[in-house]
Design a protein around this ligand. Structure first.
Ligand SMILES: Cc1cc2nc3c(=O)[nH]c(=O)nc-3n(C[C@H](O)[C@H](O)[C@H](O)COP(=O)(O)O)c2cc1C
Length: 171
């Protein structure tokens, strides 16, 4: 999929089909995170994949919308550690994985963390590791075709502020 088309057409989808994603797909999504750039190439992240129902349920208690995790085909918690803009780096890795998923026709959504202590325990985080976000992925309940519209059409329909509201030119 064309990069700009993927960016323009992607939407966060909270409910997915619950069946687990194939291993090769999971590997590609995680590799998209691994390949992301980071400050000083520090790669301050760890991608935690809960594999048991019990572990996903514990993590679900840590996010704002637990249902998103219960219906996902893959859950990935992002931890970061170290100095510098590690939260920004974690965000870059998250967006890489989300876009890679959409390029495969998969739905996905970031899930904000309501209770950091519960998330840390559920993700087995070390002392110096901070949970950033929990990503959910899965096959979409209602598949959408990115190619059904142009970049311009997706852009015009997007529920986003107008470009003039978010760009300020300074001379
Ligand atoms: C940092 C971050 C945290 C988010 N947390 C949640 C969340 O806890 N629950 C949820 O349903 N969506 C969450 N979202 C998804 C946002 O609501 C979504 O990105 C926004 O509404 C735009 O959605 P759209 O791409 O479908 O237009 C989060 C997004 C970001 C970037």
């Amino acid at each position: 999929m064309d990069t700009l088309l993927a960016i323009a057409s992607r939407r966060d989808e909270r409910r997915t089909l619950p069946e687990p994603l194939p291993d090769d797909v999971v590997s590609r999504l995680l590799d998209a995170g691994r390949l992301s750039g980071s400050s000083r190439n520090a790669q301050p992240w760890t991608f935690v994949v809960p594999t048991s129902r019990e572990r996903i349920e514990r993590l679900a208690e840590a996010v704002y919308v637990p249902e998103n995790l219960r219906h996902a085909g893959l859950v990935v918690g992002i931890l970061v550690s170290g100095k510098g803009p590690v939260l920004f780096d974690g965000g870059r890795a998250a967006q890489s994985m989300l876009l890679a998923a959409w390029a495969e026709g998969l739905a996905s959504c970031p899930n904000g963390i309501k209770d950091a202590d519960v998330a840390r325990a559920a993700l087995d985080a070390a002392e110096d590791e901070t949970p950033v976000i929990v990503l959910t992925f899965g096959r979409p309940e209602r598949p959408r075709e990115a190619e059904a519209r142009t970049v311009e059409e997706w852009s015009a329909r997007a529920n986003r502020k107008p470009i003039d509201a978010v760009v300020r030119r300074v001379a």
